[in-house]
Design a protein around this ligand. Structure first.
Ligand code: 2P0
Length: 350
């Protein structure tokens, strides 16, 4: 009798924010980067994607994806690459053990929800592709480690490979043309530095003007500064950042985080025509962080910005009242922000 059972598995994946930034591809099809990167994983209580994957011969519509209650496209090359990789890994298991149900041949249905408002304008592709890959891997009972699965998630979205881990994750750029050594690994679990906190200041919920994919392609093609960034700046920052995390040296962590963000955005400005992701509110946030650090007489806060104007501020729990109490004042004058309404507080989580 034909197998019409529905097989199902659910999982979550966190959002990660890079403190050493991925910007530039040496292979756009496989999402192979021109430099290594390192990120901090945010608490899933605040920011995560929850995905349920199911498969069944009774699904007659083919593969499908529902994202935050709306039908989404699965025909894109990146999603297809993830499906293909995961199916071929499952098919290998089925070929080795004839008693296993033939899940690899069944249509897959994915239902995905973010627990943060889409209107917050936060990049969700990292958590989204990481959750997609984890959920299907769980459904298929694949024995692959998170590092192995990160190779699959990377093909969905580069930064997704770092969301297979909690805590502090590094994506090693690798050298091979097939991408088999371009994967993420855990640098330290969140429990290594439980005092770390992140505050996300939403400067604009609008969709970004230049997508990351096309922005980085333009940078690779036109920026002279970019060559120096990948040959000298990033390798030094990766080494300093790993040392700072291992030593729990916040001042060093903060300096490298801010220098990295500045270097990335300088490279964007050096792209021809230039790309501007930060706006006046972003620059006000930088000045507010500088003011907090100047008043404290030491570095207790670090800003970083990705391919958009929203600011992430890292700090330690002991400085929470200083950061949360004083951070809003100068910014509120510029932006009219209200605490709680325009920010998401987060701890770093395993
Ligand atoms: C990062 N960003 O390391 C950097 C910092 C944005 C600035 O990863 O084309 O969405 O899907 O591989 O991963 C954004 O790029 O790009 C990104 P694709 P992705 O987090």
């Amino acid at each position: 009798m034909a197998d019409t059972k529905v097989y199902r598995a659910s999982t979550t994946a966190p959002v990660n924010i890079a403190v050493v930034k991925y910007w530039g591809k040496r292979d756009a099809k496989l999402n192979l980067p021109t430099n290594s990167s390192l990120s901090v994983t945010l608490s899933q209580a605040d920011l995560r994607t929850l995905t349920t994957a199911s498969c069944s011969n009774s699904y007659t519509e083919g593969d499908s994806l529902t994202l935050n209650g709306e039908a989404a496209d699965v025909a894109g090359a990146r999603t297809q690459a993830c499906f293909r990789e995961l199916r071929s890994r499952r098919a290998a298991l089925e070929a080795a053990d004839a008693s296993l149900p033939k899940l690899s041949a069944m249509p897959v249905k994915l239902v995905s929800e973010n627990n943060f408002p889409t209107a917050a304008g936060l990049a969700s592709s990292a958590a989204g592709f990481a959750a997609l890959v984890k959920a299907i891997a769980l459904l298929y009972e694949l024995p692959d480690s998170p590092a192995e699965l990160s190779i699959v998630a990377r093909q969905g979205s580069g930064s997704a490979c770092r969301s297979l881990f909690g805590g502090y994750a590094a994506w090693r750029m690798g050298e091979k043309a097939d991408g088999s050594d371009s994967k993420a690994e855990l640098i330290a679990p969140a429990s290594h530095w439980p005092e770390m906190r992140a505050l996300i200041l939403v400067a604009s919920a609008a969709k970004k003007g230049v997508s990351s994919t096309s922005g980085m392609q333009q940078t690779v093609a036109t920026s002279g500064l970019f060559q120096q960034r990948i040959s000298t700046v990033v390798p030094a920052n990766m080494a300093s950042m790993e040392a700072a995390v291992h030593a729990k040296d916040f001042a060093k962590f903060a300096e490298v985080t801010m220098r990295e963000s500045n270097s990335f955005h300088a490279t964007c400005a050096d792209t021809y025509p230039p790309i501007f992701y930060m706006n006046d509110v972003s620059r006000a946030a930088i000045r507010a962080v500088e003011q907090i650090n100047a008043e404290a007489g030491e570095t207790i806060a670090a800003y970083t910005f990705d391919a958009g104007p929203n600011c992430v501020v890292y700090y330690l729990e002991k400085d929470a009242s200083t950061i949360l109490g004083t951070f809003y004042k100068p910014l509120a004058e510029v932006t009219g922000w209200k605490e709680g309404a325009a920010s998401i507080k987060s701890t770093v989580e395993l």
